[in-house]
Design a protein around this ligand. Structure first.
Ligand code: PRX
Length: 631
């Protein structure tokens, strides 16, 4: 993969990518195996939006992830699987083994009647079979929709129905620290409301007892047992959807972000090489889950496209104790470590005694992703983990962008704590004011937009193109709007300040306030609720819920418990409110709109300056809320 070797080279590449984007991306795309070469590099407009890259090209991404490497790297390790339990033996998966497993599973999918373009739901823990599942789909041109294992059966049901999945791949259960979490049982609950699903393939991971429904549920091992280890790749058009991944926005239910094959491959592979400055003998570890975009792009696809060796970790940072990450780094001589600020802060809080016993001398590059990294966490990471010797790449990007857009290149770009620094080649960020007027110059702040497409940009939202247009391309005409606020310093470095819409970032997970509100409102004693974020020491943001109840007789602790339960049931534990305040009313304007600004300030504890409250229907509501504020 074409690698930038110096800051001078970065500037040259960047210049070329802006002045002649098609020439630039042609050059990168030429490094891959194409069944049929593209005839035109790019066609686009941000109005519809319609964005096509590598037009008329045909390829199979798994051929590029696996087969292409076999002549040289058949025995090279693709994955080191590190199980949840440190006493369970880790498993080494070579590129050859990966090939064989993916092909066998792809053959099972074919046998189950999965065709090119069909959608397959993957609801699995962080085990190698989850990656086999994604690649097996891609092998035959099926579209995967991975749903994070922590989502509840209701959330799962909505995603299965929206994507009209034909097949589900899952496990009996999942290990998570000292807990065993049911997976198949959750699928069974969801499937009482899903008509599209024909079969469920179940991999035994925890030996949890499960019910297997005749004619619908199949045993994974039984099915792959007799399958050949060859499955010819199905070639698809560059713009054939590779996957759907659901993500939260300001309004309504989560939407299925669609990424397509050619552009996604080129963009994720290119950014992996250059941001991490990965070399062939390095051992890379990204601690994300394959249920999120980071897991898709920087655990599954991009490392494999670079013939990298990746640690695949099933566990959690604090099991058996808060030294687990550091122990695994020493155990596997990890050179590149990529995690989220929330994990860094949690491990910092656990104390240095958990770090000290480990050498961490193999480390070369540290990464951060998912939320703004506060300066304190940045310095702790730099000093105690990187030993002041490893560049930190603070990578800013989103589910919709497929890959990293703004980040230092490790060891090449000068880092600055709290700053994602500079745009990668091909990325043209601009900051605009609330009217969409560009704010030029440096030392400025505004809403972050991108004005030119890159190969990994979102193509549509599954089944509802209008929603894609409204959400990302209509706020500011002719621009892709990220939903993030951003500062640009005097040297042109970007600092992401957080979401400017009604999305909360809890432990690096995106949660829409509307989703949480609609779950809370399902409680029979709740008439209305409003949810906002507030600064949380470990999670980055916590969830603060204001709720109006009709049942004043109910013990409020009991009511709060029930509210948490209902959010768990409707979405999953990641969305449960940290603070719940029962209120008599919400601050509304005369037209009935909730003034969220006030609620946000109260939750954040910024109560001395609540701004203008004179337009409120009933200003007394605010005094009431202030009195009952949860500290
Ligand atoms: O607000 C930004 C924040 O996470 C959002 C994207 O979330 P998601 O689609 O779940 O993808 C997360 C993994 C890429 C962004 O809109 N975000 C992500 N990375 C950073 C960040 N905020 C600040 N700095 C980052 N490095």
């Amino acid at each position: 993969m074409i690698k930038i070797n110096s800051f001078e080279e970065y500037k040259e590449h960047y210049k070329l990518s802006v002045e002649q984007p098609e020439k630039f991306w042609d050059y990168i795309a030429n490094e891959f195996v194409w069944h049929k070469k593209w005839t035109k590099t790019l066609e686009w407009n941000f109005e519809e939006p319609k964005i096509n890259w590598f037009i008329n090209g045909q390829l199979n991404i798994t051929q590029n992830c696996i087969d292409r490497h076999l002549p040289q790297y058949a025995n090279k390790t693709a994955f080191i699987f590190e199980p949840n339990n440190p006493n369970e033996k880790n498993e080494i998966i070579s590129y050859q083994k990966l090939h064989d497993e993916v092909c066998r599973l792809a053959n099972v999918l074919l046998k189950m009647g999965v065709n090119k373009g069909d959608t397959v739901c993957i609801y699995m823990p962080m085990i190698p079979q989850a990656v086999y599942a994604m690649l097996a789909c891609a092998r035959i041109g099926a579209i995967h929709s991975v749903v994070f294992g922590g989502f509840s059966s209701n959330a799962l049901k909505d995603r299965i129905n929206d994507a009209k999945c034909k097949i589900i791949l899952t496990t009996d259960g999942a290990y998570r620290g000292n807990k065993v979490i049911p997976m198949k049982e959750t699928i069974d609950e969801a499937l009482t409301h899903c008509d599209s699903v024909k079969n469920v393939l179940v991999y035994k991971r925890t030996n949890t007892k499960v019910t297997m429904l005749n004619n619908r549920d199949l045993d994974w091992e039984e099915e792959i047992k007799n399958q050949p280890t060859i499955c010819e790749p199905v070639f698809v058009d560059s713009e054939h959807p590779l996957f759907i991944l659901y993500t939260s926005g300001s309004t309504g239910k989560p939407k299925g972000v669609v990424h397509t094959t050619g552009g996604y491959m080129v963009y994720t592979a290119y950014t992996f090489t250059n941001v991490f400055q990965y070399s062939p003998n390095d051992i890379y570890w990204c601690t994300a889950d394959v249920g999120w975009i980071t897991g898709h792009s920087y655990i599954a696809y991009a490392p494999l496209l670079n013939a990298a060796t990746t640690v695949l970790f099933e566990g959690v940072p604090t099991y058996p104790d808060a030294s687990r990450f550091w122990q695994v780094i020493d155990k596997h001589n990890v050179t590149h470590f990529y995690t989220a600020p929330t994990a860094i802060r949690a491990l910092e809080a656990a104390g240095l005694d958990f770090v000290k016993p480990y050498k961490l001398s193999s480390l070369k590059v540290l990464g951060s992703v998912g939320e703004p990294i506060n300066e304190e966490a940045w310095h702790w990471y730099n000093t105690n983990i990187g030993k002041n010797n490893c560049p930190i790449v603070d990578t800013w990007w989103q589910t919709e962008t497929a890959g990293i857009l703004i980040s230092p290149l490790a060891g090449i770009t000068k880092t600055k704590p709290g700053y994602a620094t500079l745009p990668l080649p091909g990325i043209q960020p601009i900051l605009v004011d609330d009217k969409g007027v560009e704010i030029t110059g440096n030392s400025i702040e505004g809403n972050l937009c991108i004005k030119f497409p890159w190969p990994g940009i979102i193509r549509t939202t599954y089944g509802d193109h209008e929603r894609c247009k409204q959400t990302y391309f209509s706020t500011y005409k002719g621009l892709y709007f990220t939903g993030d606020g951003c500062k640009r310093d005097k040297d042109g470095n970007y600092r992401i300040t957080g979401r400017v819409d009604d999305v909360i970032n809890v432990s690096g997970h995106r949660i829409g306030t509307a989703e949480v509100e609609s779950a809370i409102n399902m409680h029979e004693d709740i008439v209305e609720s409003a949810v906002t974020g507030y600064p949380h020491e470990i999670k980055g943001q916590g969830i603060y819920a204001y709720c109006i109840t009709t049942n004043d007789n109910k013990n409020s602790d009991q009511l709060k418990k029930e509210i948490i339960e209902i959010v768990n049931k409707e979405i999953g534990p990641i969305a449960k409110p940290d603070k719940i305040q029962i209120v008599n009313g919400l601050p509304k304007t005369r037209s009935g709109k909730i003034m969220r600004r006030i609620l946000r300030k109260v939750a954040e504890g910024e109560i001395s300056n609540l701004g203008d409250t004179s337009t409120l229907l009933d200003p007394n509501v605010v005094d009431d809320i202030l009195k009952g504020r949860i500290h």
